[in-house]
Write a protein that binds this ligand. Sequence first.
Ligand SMILES: [Mg+2]
Length: 233
Amino acid sequence: MKPEFIYFDLDNTLLDHSSAESDAQKAIYNSYPELQTVPIEEWLKAYKTLNQQLWLQYQKGEIDRYKLQRNRFKGSMQVLGIDSTRSEEIGADYMEQYRKYWNWLDGAKNAFDTICEKYPVGIITNGFSETQQKKIEQMGLSDYSNTFIISEEVGVMKPHQKVFDVATDKAGVSRDKILYVGDSYTSDIVGGRNAGWKTAWYTAFSKSSEVNGDLTADFLFKEFPDLVTYLNS
Ligand SMILES: [Mg+2]
C-alpha cells in the first residue's frame, strides 16, 4: 500500500530526546552541588520515575504543565533528601540545557529528506507547545511541512482519538491512506491503528517483549534506511 500522507512523531522518532535529556541532566548535575550529594544514577532514577508519574497525571488532566514542570525537580529532590530551595532555578536551567542537545536521530534526517521529496508529511507530538515549536524551528521542519499537531494545542494527548481526528482532517486524505511513523507502542501505534491509519513502528527504543506482541504495526524498523526502502517498494 502506498500512503498519500505521512505523519511522524517527533521525540525519539526524529529527534533524539533520550540523549538530549541525559546530556542536559548531566550538565545540571555538574552545575548544582546539592544534586551531587547523591550519585548521578540515583538522581536520574528518581527524576525519571517522578517525571513519568507526573506525565501520566498530566495526560489524564489531573495536573497542568506548570505543576509538572515545577514538581519533577522539587519532588525528586525531596524524595532523595536534597535541599530543594533552588528547584525552580534548576528546573528552568534544565529546559535551557535540554534545548542545547537537540539532534536528529541517526539516519532520520536523510530518510526524512528523501521521504519528503515524494510524500506530503506532518508532525504529531505530545508535549508543550512552546518547547515543541522550538524543536520544529531548530530542526528546520517548517521547510518541509506546515502541518504540525501539538497535543497541548489540541487539549488531549495521543493516543486520544481527538488528536488523530484533527490530524486526519488536516491531512485531507482518507484514513487508510495515512501512515504514522512513531516509537511509542501505546501512543503512536495503538493510537494510529485505532484511528484507522497504517502504522510504522520505530523500535530502536522498545523492549523486545513489546515488539513481539500479537497486535503490532504494519511495518517495524530499527534503521531509517529500511523505512525508505519500505516506502519505495
Ligand atoms: Mg516519541
